[in-house]
Unconditional design. Structure first.
Length: 89
C-alpha cells in the first residue's frame, strides 16, 4: 500500500489475512532524508528499502496498491526500484 503526500511517500507491506504490517518504509526515515536528492530519488530509495525489508521478512510477491495515484513520477520510481530489488508484482 502506497500513500503519497506533497512532501513524503510511505509504503507498507500488509498481510491481508492476518491484518499485520509486515514491513514499511518512508521518506521520513533519517537514512532516506540524508541520502538527499529530489523527491523521485528519495522515492527510489524507499523502493530499495521496502524490497530489502520484504526479503528479510520472507516476502517475494506483492500486490501493488498505489492508492488511486497515477503510475508515474514518484510512484513509478518506487515501484521500479522495488522490482529491481527483487519484489514481484
Amino acid at each position: 500500500m502506497v500513500k503519497r503526500s506533497s512532501r513524503h511517500i510511505h509504503v507498507q507491506l500488509v498481510d491481508d489475512l492476518a491484518g499485520n504490517t509486515v514491513a514499511a518504509a518512508s521518506t521520513i526515515e533519517a537514512d532516506v532524508r540524508s541520502a538527499g536528492g529530489d523527491k523521485s530519488a528519495q522515492s527510489k530509495k524507499v523502493g530499495e528499502l521496502i524490497a530489502a525489508r520484504a526479503k528479510a521478512a520472507g516476502v517475494q510477491a506483492v500486490v501493488f496498491d498505489h492508492g488511486g495515484h497515477g503510475y508515474h513520477g514518484r510512484i513509478a520510481a518506487l515501484a521500479d526500484a522495488a522490482r529491481e530489488g527483487g519484489l514481484e508484482f
